[in-house]
Design a protein around this ligand. Structure first.
Ligand code: NAD
Length: 502
């Protein structure tokens, strides 16, 4: 039996109403429409945002354009921008409890986890502040007496930043501070399901000293507000995190005006485990990898590829540990798995499980939605006897559902791991150095964890191969991503040429 943590009613929680930030002013949407957000764990309205339309997006883009073309931001010294980013990091840390609460009640994630994400986000803002001061180009003093070449890194311009609902504050923090460090101006659109913490970030950035128009934050649906942010000719770059389907659409839209795109998309990440692994540690990481953020995680380790000799033992032990996972009230500090983002998404997850069962998979634990009296929840679920061709083994379920597949040889494990369209991350478990490195080099994924899973650091680049995305976030090149390269080719002394005397 899964341990249940029944949600407490939010009681006297007041619905918080937000405006949007355009050109340094907090404003309503042009036509006055609003969106209400219901807490997935409590079933009551917790936030109300502006439902922007394309006219609002155009105003925000115009403000960002002016702030880039005329404003002080791109012309400030890196040291000045860096100080503002550091101030923002301090203010994020100071308001971390409020931001974590907003993410928990809007996304359904456990409050303890949300607080952890806020700590990680503040660290990223500090890291971006450090990188800001190291952004530099190159010089070539080796091109002969008559030439000096200088390669400049310039801010790319206006950046549209579009983010999903599963890590609302963390993901905007993987993009915005680096764009700002480079000197870009931005229009930010959080998910219409989880906009609150990004709007509070707007207040923080104002207080930190970011000038008007540099960060504009608009709220609304993807088709109404996100789409114009991907087509408008005044936007120079799009940084998008979300589903592979919308990522594809974003790239097609960007192609019309040849904007640069950075895409962080879906994943269906394998963990490959060999019989010589530390099985105790693996079992813990398998449960964590599958159920962290209720499996609503691009990095979820949702495919276990287990050596046949240990498959039965591993499945039984994961099923036993799954039963101990505490599912329920996102605001309870003990909760490990919170609520599912929407009732429609819960139906989709349950649909994958029933289709897999019909197809021959066996439910080793869980398998159904949980009725906790309010909100929507899914039991941690482990499916065995899953074949590589089943939808549950190839598609992103985005719920707490773990599929167990088996292999006999290293080549077979690699073939199964690489047999799908995604390539975001992977894990390998073995005490053998050669096994780990062979998997590490041959699995086509942006990150491969060895004897651990889902660890991260601001210094380490993150992103996907194949249909998991394009480009990398974090790491020391993260600021460069938001720049253009310009060559200054300078001539020294008398120039000889076509019509000049030699
Ligand atoms: P989504 O693609 O539905 O939405 C993401 C964002 O795009 C939202 O802000 C949405 O409003 C906007 N959007 C929707 N339609 C649009 C359109 N036509 N034009 C422009 N913008 C549009 O994704 P989601 O359901 O919010 O998030 C879950 C997905 O995000 C999963 O696939 C997950 O794997 C992926 N994700 C990837 C990473 C990563 O780093 N690779 C991280 C987190 C989430």
């Amino acid at each position: 039996m899964t341990v249940l943590v029944r949600p407490k009613a939010l009681g006297d929680h007041k619905v918080r109403t937000f405006q949007m930030l355009i050109d340094g002013k907090w404003v309503d949407s042009a036509d006055g429409r609003t969106i209400e957000r219901v807490s997935p764990g409590h079933g009551v309205v917790v936030s109300r945002y502006q439902a922007a339309a394309s006219v609002d997006a155009e105003r925000a883009i115009a403000a960002a354009r002016r702030a880039f073309d005329d404003g002080p931001w791109p012309r400030m010294t890196a040291s000045e921008r860096s100080l503002i980013l550091l101030k923002a990091a301090d203010l994020i840390a100071a308001r971390a409890d409020e931001l974590a609460f907003l993410d928990a009640i809007e996304s359904g994630k456990p409050i303890s986890q949300a607080k952890g994400e806020l700590g990680g986000a503040a660290d990223i803002w500090r890291y971006a502040a450090a990188l800001a001061r190291d952004l530099h180009g190159e010089s070539y003093n080796t091109l002969g007496d008559g030439t000096l070449g200088v390669v400049l890194r310039e801010a790319i311009g206006v950046v549209s930043i579009i983010t999903p609902w599963n890590f609302p504050f963390l993901i905007v923090s993987q993009k915005l501070p680096f764009a700002l460090a480079a000197g870009c101006t931005t229009v930010v659109k959080p998910s219409e399901l989880t906009s609150a913490s990004t709007l509070v970030l707007g207040e923080i950035l104002e207080a930190a000293g970011v000038p008007a128009g540099v960060v504009n934050i608009i709220t609304g649906t993807g088709p109404e507000v996100g789409a114009p942010m991907t087509t408008h000719p005044d936007v120079d770059m799009i940084s998008f995190t979300g589903s592979t389907g919308v990522g594809r659409l974003t790239m097609a839209n960007a192609a019309q005006t040849l904007k640069k795109v950075s895409l962080e998309l879906g994943g269906k990440n394998p963990q490959i485990v060999f019989p010589d692994a530390n099985i105790d540690e693996f079992i813990d990481a398998a449960v964590f990898g599958a159920y962290f953020n209720a499996g609503e995680c691009c990095n979820a380790g949702s495919r276990l590829i287990v050596h046949r000799d240990i498959a039965e033992e591993v499945t039984a032990r994961i099923a036993a540990l799954s039963a101990k996972v505490k599912v329920g009230d996102p605001l309870d500090p003990e909760t490990q798995v919170g609520a599912i983002i929407t009732p429609q998404h819960l139906e989709k997850i349950a649909g994958y499980v029933s289709a897999a069962s019909k197809d021959g998979a066996a439910v080793a634990h869980g398998g159904e939605a949980l009725d906790l009296g309010m909100g929507q929840f899914m039991a941690p679920t482990i499916l065995s006897s899953v074949r590589p061709d089943m939808a549950v083994a190839r598609e992103e379920v985005f719920g707490p559902v773990l599929s167990v597949l088996t292999f006999e040889t290293t080549d077979e494990a690699i073939r199964i791991a690489n047999s799908i369209d995604y390539g975001l991350s992977a894990g390998v478990w073995s005490r053998d150095f050669d096994t780990c490195l062979t998997i590490g080099r041959r699995v086509r994924a942006g990150t491969v964890w060895m004897n651990t899973f889902m660890d991260g650091a601001s210094e380490l680049p993150f992103g996907g191969y194949r249909q998991s995305g394009l480009g990398r976030e974090l790491g020391r090149h993260a600021v460069e991503d938001y720049t253009e390269t310009k060559t200054l080719n300078m001539h020294i002394g008398a120039r000889t040429g076509w019509w000049m005397p030699r």
